[in-house]
Each structure stands twice: as C-alpha cells, then as structure tokens.
Design a protein around this ligand. Structure first.
Ligand code: AMP
Length: 532
C-alpha cells in the first residue's frame, strides 16, 4: 500500500520559486570587482534564471548537460545556479585557483558544454581554451569588450517559460574535490540530496536562517557548493550580500552598511578581518552568527568572535558531503557552562545535523566501531542522503560494504555527540603502534609567537616505524631555535609526541584550496632520514 499524499518532487527549482513568491523583494546586493554595486532581489534572480534557461535552450543545451562557471561571488553567478538547473542541466562550479593541469582535466572530464566566467579570469580562458575539448559556448559575466556578455545574452529572451521536467534523483550539480592525490574527483549532487541539505541546513542547529537573516558568504561559490548557501538562502528568503573581492576593508564595510547578521568563511578569512580591524582600530563587525569551516578554527578566533556577541558555528564537511556534516550549535547543557567551557566545545567541530550519521572506526582494521568517549580517535565515517555514493564516472562505489563513506579524516566523538577532528588518515603518525596527531602538533606549534606556519609529517624510523618531524616557517623578523620549539611544545603535548627533529623552511607547500600539501612536503623531503 502507498501513502496518500501529494507528489511534490524534491527539486531545487522549488527553492527559487518559493523565494520569488514569498520573499520576492528581499535584496541580493553585489559589490563588483570594479567597485560598483548593484541590487536585485529574489524575484529578479528568478526572472533572469528563466531567461537564461531560454538562452541555453536556444543554444541547444538541455537535460544532463554540464554548464560550468569560473567566477567569484555575485548575483549573476547566483542566476546561473538556478538557470543551469532550470534547463535540467548540471551546474559545474570550477575553482579558478586550481593548477592548469587540474583545470584541463576537470573541464574535459566533466564534458562541460558552456562556460560562464568573470572577465578577471580571461587570462585563464585564453590559456586553457586550446586544451578544453568540449566547451562550445563562452559567456562573460561582465559587459564591456566581452562578447557575448551575460546581460546581453539573456536580454534577448523573456521569462515566459517553465523549468525543465526532471526527476528528484536527477543530477543538478557537479563539484570536484581539490585532489591532494591523483586527479580531482567529481561529486554529482542530485536535486533531492541538495534539497534535503538545504532544508535541513537552515534550521537553528545549523545556519539558523530566517526571513530577517542577512548573509555575506565569503566562502566562494566554487568551493564545495558554497556550503549549500545559494540553495539554503532561497528557502528562507535570506538577503545575500555578495562581494566579488575578498578584501577585508570591503567585507567589513559591507557587513556594517548592509546590516549583515550571518557570514561564512574559512579561518584565514576571519584572520584577515581581525588584522584589518586591529590595524585600523575599527570595531569588529557585529554578527549574530559566524560560520567557520574548511579547516580547524583556532581557539583565539572562536573566543574573539564569541566575545563580540556572535554564535560561532564551527562546521566540518567535505565536497563529498554536500558539504555539511557537523555544525557547532549549543549543546543540551550550554546555559550551565562557563564561557571558557563553551569555547572548549566550539573549538571542536560541532555535532552532526539531522540527516547524517557519524561513526569512528579503528584505524587498524577500519571496521570495529569505537566508543564515543571523547578519548579514542579513529577513522571518521559518515552516511546520509547528501553523502556521496560513487564519484562521477567511477565504476565502483566509494562506500564501505555496509554503506558508510570513509572521510579520510581522523577524529574523536564525545559523549554529547561533538566531533573533534584530530588528523587525516594519511597524515596521522604511527609511532611504536600508537597514533600521534600531526594536526595537534601543528596547532600547538603555531601558538609560539615566532612561528608563522608548521607542518608535521611522519618520517620512517628504524625503531619506532615512524616519528614526527616538524617543519617550521618563522614569522618575518623573528627567531627561534629547534630546542626552543621543543621546549615550548612540551608544555602542550605528551612527551612521546615531541618531534624528533624541527626543520626550518622558507615555505610550506599548499594545495589549490590553500590547505597544507603534505604530499608535496613529503616529496620535497623524500631522502630525509632519522637515526635510531
Ligand atoms: P574539501 O572537500 O576541499 O572541502 O575538504 C574537506 C576536508 O577539509 C575535510 O575532509 C577535512 O579534512 C577538512 N575540514 C573541513 N572542515 C574542517 C574543520 N572545521 N576543521 C578541520 N578540518 C576541516
């Protein structure tokens, strides 16, 4: 027997329809790279997205076709998100910071047919065009010398049309992982998975959005589906304030002027805002909620934002999880905790939002489930309707036989459900059968006033299997010796965790998304040896 309720597929076009109908006058503000500003609203975004679907159809683009973007955050990019899915297509947001071989690989692998791009990335287009085999249409988001420009392209059509008929399990978006090993891999989101992620993402335990929320997303629209914000924001008619430039001067000014209540970005974004405010003496913008994810938010950052009145939602996720896995939200006993105890909890990576389940398993066998005791660390696995099953074009599933996705992260789960990440499975250091967290060593090291950046890797050791070696970049004009670093660390980590050697380097290699590339660091020090 089937239930007796209406058919209403979980399609993301419902989100924009709702936003335009119920919150049509809610503004979408853009600060453009040339310093100009424009204002539209949710009704305008929907109108332009419908025009765009007509323009795409006229170009022969339809269901299942990949429509790529190479662009920063702005209202035309938002139109494209809905225009691309509205024609039944698959939106593919490309990260312009990828290296050339990755750019070549992913556009060809995705078989993109259309590319919409910012004029600022014209040099990338000129260089890559001969290598991209499938792109037929190039459309520039900026007007001026560029032809065709986005505005001219859609202006030739009206909005008198319907969204394409799709099934809720049809794909709507494709994002590639940054690929620290091998080629980048594509994650193909569905209408249904995206819709569930958006609807559960707006709840108080997550983004905490309502119709009064004003969100300035600093997370780029090309990074992990911009954490789902363009979809989630439509569900509650959030006013979006976009900035096509990531200058802290501009961000702070916009936050104050536009009454921004929510913002989201990686830790370095918040750091640059702090530095700007400290240098100018400007007060830190007052926010209701600061969402921090992508890498671990340091304690001082959380403390400062909380003291300034913001709820800090420290979130963990990955491209493979759409991306939200966990978000820091008040726990059951929150109101009974001291400020410092609250900060302790927020320093961890939050709790799973409803819809996803987490577990940690033994790092040696990857199957035995570990206790949620706040002590035992293991490989972090996740399952849920917006978690990857199989990479784009892969033949095999990316899940364990019992249906969990192994994240490659290592963490501890606390009795109250809070996740605390301690490492990546590839980077955790095994010394004499015991695990040492490279991330905890690095976090402790960067607390030293003379250290700008640190990376710990396990080096082969004749007696212990592996021992940590810490690579350190000193702050400009500062000095510190290896033994001083070890002395400092001994106050913060167990004695047997102390690195066998501290090596000073001029720089530490990074991936295209700004994370430390241990793969490249290992390659650079392939001949390194430790004595017994
Ligand atoms: P990406 O798919 O590029 O977004 O990268 C996902 C990876 O970033 C995760 O597997 C984690 O290793 C890391 N990550 C994301 N959020 C956090 C966080 N809050 N703290 C520490 N690491 C994080």
């Amino acid at each position: 027997m089937l239930g007796a309720m209406q058919d209403w597929d979980l399609k993301v076009t419902h989100l924009i329809d709702h936003a335009a109908r119920e919150h049509g006058t809610r503004e979408i503000v853009t600060y453009w790279a040339d310093g100009s500003e424009t204002r539209t609203n949710w009704a305008g975004i929907r109108r332009d997205a419908l025009k765009m679907t007509q323009a795409l159809r006229a170009a022969g683009i339809g269901k299942g076709d990949r429509i790529a973007t190479l662009a920063m955050n702005h209202s035309r990019h938002l139109v494209t998100w809905y225009g691309a899915v509205g024609v039944g297509g698959i939106l593919h947001t490309i990260n312009p910071r990828l290296f050339e071989d990755q750019l070549e690989y992913i556009a060809n692998h995705a078989e993109d047919r259309v590319l919409l791009y910012d004029a600022a990335f014209q040099p990338i287009i000129d260089k890559m065009k001969p290598h991209w085999n499938t792109i037929e249409h190039y459309i520039c988001f900026d007007s001026g010398d560029h032809s065709p420009s986005f505005e001219d392209w859609i202006a030739a059509y009206d909005d008198d049309t319907e969204w394409a008929e799709v099934d809720e399990r049809d794909p709507c978006m494709l994002c590639y992982t940054s690929g620290t090993t091998g080629n980048p891999k594509g994650v193909l989101y569905e209408h249904r998975s995206t819709m569930l992620h958006a609807v559960l993402g707006i709840q108080p335990a997550s983004f905490d959005f309502d119709a009064r929320s004003v969100m300035l997303p600093v997370v780029p629209m090309f990074h992990a589906a911009s954490w789902g914000l363009p979809w989630a924001g439509a569900a509650t008619g959030v006013k979006f304030v976009y900035s096509a430039v990531n200058e802290p001067t501009v961000l702070c000014e916009l936050m104050k002027r536009e009454g921004v209540t929510h913002s989201a970005g990686v830790p370095t974004v918040w750091l640059s805002i702090f530095q700007h405010c400290d240098a100018t003496g400007e007060p830190l913008p007052k926010l209701q909620q600061a969402i921090i994810g992508g890498s671990a938010a340091p304690r001082f950052m959380i403390e400062r934002l909380m003291k300034n009145g913001a709820r800090v939602a420290h979130a963990w996720g990955m491209t493979e999880t759409s991306p939200i896995g966990t978000v820091g939200a008040p726990t059951h006993n929150w109101d009974e905790l001291s400020f410092d105890e609250q900060v302790d909890i927020v320093t961890r990576q939050g709790q799973p939002i409803f819809g996803v389940e987490l577990r940690t398993v033994d790092l040696d066998d990857f199957t035995r489930e570990l206790p949620r005791d706040g002590k035992t660390s293991g490989a972090l696995q996740i399952r849920g309707p917006w978690v990857i099953k199989r990479y784009f074009k892969a033949e095999e599933d990316a899940t364990t036989p019992d249906g969990w996705f192994d994240t490659g992260d290592v963490g501890v789960i606390w009795p109250n459900g809070t996740l605390q990440l301690t490492d990546r499975t590839k980077d955790v250091i095994k010394s004499g059968g015991e695990w040492i967290s490279s991330v905890e060593l690095e976090n402790a090291a960067v607390g030293h006033p003379a250290i700008a950046e640190a990376a710990a890797i396990g080096m082969p050791h004749p007696k212990w299997d592996e021992r940590p070696v810490l690579f350190v970049v000193k702050k400009e004009g500062q000095d510190v010796s290896a033994s001083e670093v070890k002395d400092y660390l001994s106050d913060h980590v167990a004695k047997w965790w102390l690195p066998d050697a501290v090596e000073f380097v001029d720089d530490i290699p990074h991936t295209a998304t700004g994370k430390i590339s241990k793969k490249d660091l290992r390659a650079r020090f392939a001949d390194y040896t430790l004595e017994a």
